[in-house]
Design a protein. Structure first.
Length: 116
């Protein structure tokens, strides 16, 4: 049974920082890419950052230079360091994995609110 549990969301002022974490279980963590998505009210869910099994990363243009995704294969965790936060970063952030059997799994989401 695959489980993804996010933590670290909250309320922060513009220009501040937050660090999100996602603990994964039930998958061969070191063999899969891990993603962070976000969904703002009234908007589609969008990919924010991805880290492959070998550590290659890519980011949405809107967060490049401000967000950093990382993983710890020993702890089965993936993190998202978010700096220089803007009000438009306000959203529910979701951890996601596509398993080796091509099933999509999502965490429950964590709210990030950036005040201006």
């Amino acid at each position: 049974q695959v489980q993804l549990v996010e933590s670290g969301g909250g309320l922060v002022q513009a220009g501040g920082s937050l660090r999100l974490s996602c603990a994964a279980s039930g998958i061969i963590f070191s063999a899969v890419a891990m993603d962070w998505y976000r969904q703002a009210p009234g908007k589609r869910r969008e990919l924010v950052a991805r880290i492959t099994s070998v550590g290659a990363t890519n980011y949405a243009d809107s967060v490049k230079g401000r967000f950093t995704i990382s993983r710890d294969n020993a702890k089965n965790t993936v993190s998202l360091q978010m700096d220089s936060l803007k009000p438009e970063d306000t959203a529910v952030y979701y951890c996601h994995v596509l398993s080796l059997a091509n099933y999509n799994y999502w965490g429950q989401g964590t709210q990030v609110t950036v005040s201006s």
